[in-house]
Design a protein around this ligand. Structure first.
Ligand SMILES: Nc1ncnc2c1ncn2[C@@H]1O[C@H](COP(=O)(O)OP(=O)(O)OP(=O)(O)O)[C@@H](O)[C@H]1O
Ligand SMILES: [Mg+2]
Length: 475
């Protein structure tokens, strides 16, 4: 088992919580001294490449970037540094510098704040502390909810997934054939790979073959291989999939679609543990573990005479039923964050997460395509999104799923919440402008945001002196 390489560097542990990187062509020494005396451990990078190297190391919680002296050639590298999810960035922009569109975009898309000097140094320390806190909030630790192997990561923490992990570990210790059933896109192949990677066979090959996609006459040669001259066009020996998996695991995917005529040959191999290449007469012993999967109802296929009962019993010594995504509750949100982390670089700007209504929409959707569909929707949203949070519209989940009971109150609530989120996004979370656009008071906007669990920025909140708190509550 190893750590998952798709995760960005995790947020720093407590002993490095105050490590900050200062990216500047000509660092301001007084500022550095002040930051150090405020308790920050400061790492300085004077070039874009130096910044890239430093941000890749874990332990940096916050970053201060001064664009002065950097040229557009540096921007792609600086952008890669600024997109590190675990680091909260603050920009220093000298007067006139924000006239550059590229600088404006980098600040808007990746920094929590920007300051123009001269400014009391303790303000910068305060901004960095804030940025560090925001970055830690953004980071979702999926590592705690995963089954990790060298090349596969299974994410999920619900009861059904916990059971699946435990079953995988137990099945991995045996050599018995495993049959995996489940709807399309639920993770059958991933489960097969995880069993192999957790088993003593992990160093030997994992060979997969899609039994439904290959016509009968080709399937025989794919599985068993052939000798030179076995048929027209066989101008050399070819090793089949069964033989190439020797010592490891053979994954027979879509076994339910295997042509009936091909089933007898496979059964013979399972009974004898030996193969004969087509056109050959040598009997070759092969040591493999068989895992098979299908999304069709194999018992129904047996009743319909399309699948051999004796083969089914050979394949299905141990059985796993993959849970559909709609039954995994909170895992939908965990998986969505995992996919966001994994593919975040597909987006042109830094995406911080999902709006609460996007989470709601995902949790109430029925997911006919299961995890694969969720991955596709989040990837599509990352490319399409214009704001910092992915919305139901970005995920193409605006319309209500069929079958959910919607009361008028719920419809009203969802419409109101979605309108507030959209207005906040289009007004850069500026409360005054957002409230005006919605035709409500700031106090009402604030109350509604609290009620709907929408993130409330400090400057949105009102203090007791706000005249509207004591008056208008009607909007
Ligand atoms: N629990 C999970 N955590 C992370 N990724 C997952 C999980 N389950 C499935 N996936 C991912 O979802 C995608 C679909 O998984 P997989 O191919 O294993 O499904 P399947 O059940 O074999 O689908 P099909 O029936 O269409 O062949 C893959 O990209 C896989 O990595
Ligand atoms: Mg599959």
């Amino acid at each position: 088992m190893t750590a998952d390489s798709t995760q960005s560097a995790p947020p720093p542990q407590s002993d490095t919580l105050r490590r900050v990187i200062c990216v500047a062509r000509a660092p301001n020494n007084a500022l550095l001294a002040e930051m150090r005396s405020a308790g920050w451990e400061v790492v300085v990078a004077k070039t874009a490449a130096g910044a890239e190297a430093a941000t890749k190391k874990s332990g940096v919680a916050a970053g201060l970037i001064d664009f002065d002296g950097f040229t557009p050639r540096d921007f792609p590298t600086l952008k890669a540094c600024l997109s590190q999810t675990a680091i909260g960035w603050v920009a220093i922009a000298a007067e006139g510098q924000t006239a550059s569109k590229a600088v404006r975009e980098l600040i808007r898309n990746f920094c929590f704040d920007y300051v123009t000097l001269p400014l009391p140094p303790e303000w910068i320390s305060h901004a960095l502390g804030h940025a560090r806190g925001m970055a830690a909030l953004d980071y979702v630790d999926t590592a705690a909810d995963t089954l990790l192997t060298d090349d596969s990561t299974m994410v999920g923490t619900c009861e059904a997934m916990q059971q699946l992990y435990s079953t995988i570990r137990k099945f991995a210790n045996t050599n018995a054939s495993v049959f995996i059933s489940g709807q399309s896109g639920t993770g059958k192949e991933l489960t097969a790979l995880a069993i192999h990677r957790c088993s003593p066979r992990r160093k030997a090959p994992f060979v997969a073959i899609n039994c439904g996609a290959i016509p009968h006459h080709l399937l025989q040669s794919e599985l068993f291989g052939y000798e030179r001259g076995a048929f027209t066009g066989a101008d050399g020996r070819r090793i089949g999939r069964i033989e190439s998996a020797n010592g490891g695991t053979l994954f027979l995917d879509e076994i339910g679609d295997m042509p009936f005529e091909a089933q007898a040959g496979l059964l013979r191999f399972l009974q004898e543990g030996k193969i004969e290449r087509l056109g050959g007469n040598e009997s070759i012993p092969v040591d493999i573990r068989i895992i098979s999967a299908t999304h069709v109802d194999l018992e129904a296929a047996i009743l319909a005479g399309r699948f051999r009962t004796d083969l089914f019993h050979r394949l299905c010594v141990l059985r796993i039923n993959e849970p559909p995504l709609s039954a995994r509750g909170k895992d939908i949100e965990i998986l969505a964050h995992y996919v966001l982390q994994k593919y975040k670089t597909d987006s042109t700007h830094k995406i911080h997460g999902f709006t609460p209504s996007a989470i709601d929409a995902m949790c109430s959707y029925h997911w006919p395509g299961n995890v694969r569909e969720l991955i596709n929707r989040v990837r599509h949203a990352l490319v399409m999104a214009e704001g910092r949070l992915l919305t139901p519209r970005d995920l193409d989940l605006e319309s209500q799923p069929a079958g959910e009971r919607m009361t008028l109150d719920r419809i009203r609530e969802q419409a109101e919440r979605s309108a507030i989120e959209t207005a906040l996004l289009s007004h850069d979370h500026r409360p005054g402008e957002t409230a005006t656009a919605l035709g409500i008071s700031r106090a009402t906007l604030y109350r509604r945001m609290v009620a709907y669990g929408i993130y409330v920025a400090e400057d949105t909140a009102l203090d007791d002196t706000d005249e509207e708190l004591n008056g208008d509550v009607s909007n």
